[in-house]
Write a protein that binds this ligand. Structure first.
Ligand code: 3PG
Length: 216
Protein backbone atom coordinates (compact mmCIF):
# COMPACT_ATOMS: atom_id res chain seq x y z
CA UNK A 1 0.00 0.00 0.00
CA UNK A 2 2.94 2.33 0.60
CA UNK A 3 0.96 4.92 2.51
CA UNK A 4 3.59 7.66 2.40
CA UNK A 5 4.14 7.29 -1.37
CA UNK A 6 0.39 7.31 -1.89
CA UNK A 7 -0.08 10.46 0.17
CA UNK A 8 2.73 12.25 -1.62
CA UNK A 9 1.20 11.35 -4.99
CA UNK A 10 -2.19 12.65 -3.84
CA UNK A 11 -0.51 15.83 -2.57
CA UNK A 12 0.40 16.73 -6.16
CA UNK A 13 -2.99 18.32 -6.73
CA UNK A 14 -6.16 18.92 -4.69
CA UNK A 15 -8.37 17.65 -7.50
CA UNK A 16 -8.07 14.53 -9.65
CA UNK A 17 -9.79 14.41 -13.04
CA UNK A 18 -11.47 11.02 -13.47
CA UNK A 19 -11.42 10.31 -17.18
CA UNK A 20 -12.89 7.63 -19.43
CA UNK A 21 -10.95 7.81 -22.68
CA UNK A 22 -13.07 6.61 -25.60
CA UNK A 23 -10.76 7.81 -28.36
CA UNK A 24 -7.09 7.11 -27.90
CA UNK A 25 -6.21 10.28 -29.83
CA UNK A 26 -7.61 12.37 -26.95
CA UNK A 27 -5.21 10.97 -24.35
CA UNK A 28 -2.10 13.06 -24.99
CA UNK A 29 -3.71 16.46 -25.67
CA UNK A 30 -5.91 16.06 -22.62
CA UNK A 31 -3.04 15.04 -20.32
CA UNK A 32 -0.92 17.92 -21.62
CA UNK A 33 -3.72 20.42 -21.13
CA UNK A 34 -4.44 19.26 -17.58
CA UNK A 35 -0.80 19.40 -16.48
CA UNK A 36 -0.51 22.89 -18.00
CA UNK A 37 -3.54 23.90 -15.91
CA UNK A 38 -1.78 22.67 -12.76
CA UNK A 39 -3.36 19.23 -12.49
CA UNK A 40 -0.46 16.76 -12.65
CA UNK A 41 -2.37 13.75 -11.28
CA UNK A 42 -5.03 12.26 -13.51
CA UNK A 43 -7.04 9.06 -13.32
CA UNK A 44 -7.76 7.05 -16.45
CA UNK A 45 -10.52 4.57 -15.69
CA UNK A 46 -10.33 1.00 -16.96
CA UNK A 47 -13.81 1.30 -18.42
CA UNK A 48 -13.00 1.62 -22.08
CA UNK A 49 -11.11 -0.66 -24.48
CA UNK A 50 -8.32 1.87 -24.99
CA UNK A 51 -7.68 2.60 -21.31
CA UNK A 52 -4.38 0.72 -20.99
CA UNK A 53 -3.10 2.13 -24.29
CA UNK A 54 -4.01 5.65 -23.14
CA UNK A 55 -2.21 5.13 -19.81
CA UNK A 56 0.85 3.84 -21.62
CA UNK A 57 0.97 6.78 -24.01
CA UNK A 58 0.54 9.37 -21.29
CA UNK A 59 3.16 7.73 -19.07
CA UNK A 60 5.60 7.67 -21.97
CA UNK A 61 5.00 11.07 -23.52
CA UNK A 62 3.78 13.38 -20.75
CA UNK A 63 6.39 12.82 -18.06
CA UNK A 64 5.14 15.58 -15.74
CA UNK A 65 1.81 13.83 -15.33
CA UNK A 66 1.38 11.10 -12.75
CA UNK A 67 -1.23 8.88 -14.35
CA UNK A 68 -3.36 6.67 -12.15
CA UNK A 69 -5.31 3.66 -13.36
CA UNK A 70 -8.88 3.86 -12.05
CA UNK A 71 -11.69 1.34 -11.64
CA UNK A 72 -9.08 -1.34 -10.85
CA UNK A 73 -11.08 -4.34 -9.69
CA UNK A 74 -8.66 -7.28 -10.00
CA UNK A 75 -5.05 -8.08 -9.18
CA UNK A 76 -4.40 -8.71 -12.88
CA UNK A 77 -5.64 -5.23 -13.73
CA UNK A 78 -3.39 -3.75 -11.04
CA UNK A 79 -0.39 -5.58 -12.53
CA UNK A 80 -1.30 -4.47 -16.07
CA UNK A 81 -1.71 -0.88 -14.87
CA UNK A 82 1.76 -0.95 -13.37
CA UNK A 83 3.20 -2.46 -16.55
CA UNK A 84 1.50 0.26 -18.62
CA UNK A 85 3.27 2.92 -16.55
CA UNK A 86 0.52 4.00 -14.16
CA UNK A 87 2.05 5.46 -11.01
CA UNK A 88 -0.77 4.21 -8.81
CA UNK A 89 -3.97 2.20 -8.93
CA UNK A 90 -7.35 3.41 -7.67
CA UNK A 91 -10.25 1.08 -6.88
CA UNK A 92 -13.90 1.62 -6.04
CA UNK A 93 -13.58 -0.90 -3.18
CA UNK A 94 -11.24 -3.17 -1.25
CA UNK A 95 -10.41 -6.85 -1.86
CA UNK A 96 -7.76 -8.96 -0.18
CA UNK A 97 -6.47 -10.01 -3.64
CA UNK A 98 -5.85 -6.40 -4.61
CA UNK A 99 -4.28 -5.61 -1.24
CA UNK A 100 -1.94 -8.61 -1.59
CA UNK A 101 -0.99 -7.66 -5.16
CA UNK A 102 -0.27 -4.05 -4.23
CA UNK A 103 1.77 -5.09 -1.20
CA UNK A 104 3.63 -7.78 -3.17
CA UNK A 105 4.60 -5.29 -5.86
CA UNK A 106 5.24 -2.42 -3.42
CA UNK A 107 2.83 -0.47 -5.56
CA UNK A 108 0.76 2.52 -4.42
CA UNK A 109 -2.92 1.63 -4.31
CA UNK A 110 -5.85 3.83 -3.28
CA UNK A 111 -8.66 1.48 -2.25
CA UNK A 112 -12.26 2.54 -2.00
CA UNK A 113 -14.31 2.39 1.19
CA UNK A 114 -17.85 3.34 2.09
CA UNK A 115 -18.53 2.34 5.70
CA UNK A 116 -16.82 2.49 9.12
CA UNK A 117 -16.51 -1.31 9.11
CA UNK A 118 -14.67 -1.24 5.78
CA UNK A 119 -12.39 1.53 7.05
CA UNK A 120 -11.57 -0.47 10.19
CA UNK A 121 -10.91 -3.66 8.23
CA UNK A 122 -8.61 -1.84 5.82
CA UNK A 123 -6.87 -0.03 8.69
CA UNK A 124 -6.14 -3.44 10.23
CA UNK A 125 -4.30 -4.27 6.99
CA UNK A 126 -2.22 -1.10 7.33
CA UNK A 127 -4.07 1.31 5.05
CA UNK A 128 -4.58 4.93 6.08
CA UNK A 129 -5.72 6.66 2.87
CA UNK A 130 -8.92 5.84 1.00
CA UNK A 131 -11.13 6.81 -1.85
CA UNK A 132 -14.63 7.42 -0.44
CA UNK A 133 -17.00 6.10 -3.07
CA UNK A 134 -19.67 6.95 -4.05
CA UNK A 135 -19.13 10.09 -1.98
CA UNK A 136 -22.32 12.02 -2.69
CA UNK A 137 -24.62 9.03 -2.23
CA UNK A 138 -22.88 8.19 1.05
CA UNK A 139 -23.68 11.61 2.47
CA UNK A 140 -20.77 13.64 1.11
CA UNK A 141 -19.37 16.35 3.37
CA UNK A 142 -21.51 15.37 6.37
CA UNK A 143 -20.30 11.78 6.26
CA UNK A 144 -16.66 12.84 6.00
CA UNK A 145 -17.13 15.18 8.94
CA UNK A 146 -18.62 12.31 10.96
CA UNK A 147 -15.73 9.97 10.00
CA UNK A 148 -13.19 12.47 11.36
CA UNK A 149 -14.30 11.72 14.94
CA UNK A 150 -13.44 8.01 15.08
CA UNK A 151 -10.79 8.10 12.31
CA UNK A 152 -8.81 11.35 12.76
CA UNK A 153 -5.64 10.00 11.12
CA UNK A 154 -7.37 8.77 7.97
CA UNK A 155 -7.32 10.80 4.77
CA UNK A 156 -9.96 10.47 2.08
CA UNK A 157 -10.26 11.24 -1.58
CA UNK A 158 -14.03 11.51 -2.07
CA UNK A 159 -15.31 10.75 -5.57
CA UNK A 160 -18.62 9.89 -7.13
CA UNK A 161 -21.32 12.44 -7.85
CA UNK A 162 -19.25 15.49 -6.91
CA UNK A 163 -19.90 18.63 -8.91
CA UNK A 164 -17.66 21.65 -9.45
CA UNK A 165 -19.42 24.02 -7.00
CA UNK A 166 -19.19 21.42 -4.21
CA UNK A 167 -15.40 21.02 -4.40
CA UNK A 168 -14.53 23.80 -1.90
CA UNK A 169 -16.92 22.29 0.68
CA UNK A 170 -15.01 19.00 0.53
CA UNK A 171 -11.57 20.60 0.55
CA UNK A 172 -12.47 22.62 3.64
CA UNK A 173 -12.36 19.34 5.60
CA UNK A 174 -9.12 18.39 7.29
CA UNK A 175 -9.53 14.69 6.45
CA UNK A 176 -9.88 15.29 2.70
CA UNK A 177 -6.59 14.88 0.83
CA UNK A 178 -8.09 15.61 -2.58
CA UNK A 179 -11.34 15.37 -4.51
CA UNK A 180 -11.88 13.37 -7.69
CA UNK A 181 -14.46 13.35 -10.40
CA UNK A 182 -15.45 13.43 -14.01
CA UNK A 183 -16.74 17.02 -13.91
CA UNK A 184 -13.20 18.13 -14.82
CA UNK A 185 -13.21 16.45 -18.22
CA UNK A 186 -16.85 15.70 -19.02
CA UNK A 187 -17.31 13.07 -21.75
CA UNK A 188 -19.46 15.47 -23.79
CA UNK A 189 -16.67 18.08 -23.95
CA UNK A 190 -13.99 15.48 -24.50
CA UNK A 191 -15.82 13.78 -27.35
CA UNK A 192 -16.46 17.18 -28.95
CA UNK A 193 -12.73 17.93 -28.48
CA UNK A 194 -13.70 21.10 -26.64
CA UNK A 195 -10.33 21.49 -24.97
CA UNK A 196 -10.91 25.19 -24.27
CA UNK A 197 -14.03 24.24 -22.34
CA UNK A 198 -12.09 21.65 -20.32
CA UNK A 199 -9.31 24.18 -19.68
CA UNK A 200 -11.83 26.69 -18.33
CA UNK A 201 -13.30 24.12 -15.91
CA UNK A 202 -9.85 23.01 -14.77
CA UNK A 203 -8.64 26.56 -14.14
CA UNK A 204 -11.81 27.55 -12.31
CA UNK A 205 -11.80 24.43 -10.16
CA UNK A 206 -8.14 24.73 -9.25
CA UNK A 207 -8.51 28.37 -8.25
CA UNK A 208 -11.50 27.52 -6.01
CA UNK A 209 -9.63 24.52 -4.58
CA UNK A 210 -6.59 26.61 -3.66
CA UNK A 211 -8.77 29.19 -1.92
CA UNK A 212 -10.52 26.45 0.06
CA UNK A 213 -7.20 24.95 1.16
CA UNK A 214 -5.79 28.36 2.10
CA UNK A 215 -8.85 29.01 4.29
CA UNK A 216 -8.70 25.68 6.15
C1 3PG B 1 -15.10 7.21 -10.13
O1 3PG B 1 -14.83 6.21 -10.76
O2 3PG B 1 -14.34 7.70 -9.29
C2 3PG B 1 -16.40 7.80 -10.32
O3 3PG B 1 -17.17 7.12 -11.22
C3 3PG B 1 -16.35 9.23 -10.70
O4 3PG B 1 -17.58 9.67 -10.38
P1 3PG B 1 -18.28 10.87 -11.14
O5 3PG B 1 -18.33 10.50 -12.59
O6 3PG B 1 -19.63 10.96 -10.50
O7 3PG B 1 -17.45 12.11 -10.90
Amino acid sequence: MLNSTLRSLLAKAPVIPVIAIEDRAHALPLAQLLVECGLPLIEITLRTPVAFAAIEEIAKHVPHVAVAAGTVRTADQLKSARNAGARLAISPGWTSDLAAAATGLSYPWLPGVATPTEIMQAMNEGADTFKLFPAKTLGGVETLRAYFGPFPTIKFCPTGGITEPEVPNYLALENVACVGGSWLAPPALLNAQDFDGIRAIAQRTLAAAKTALANR
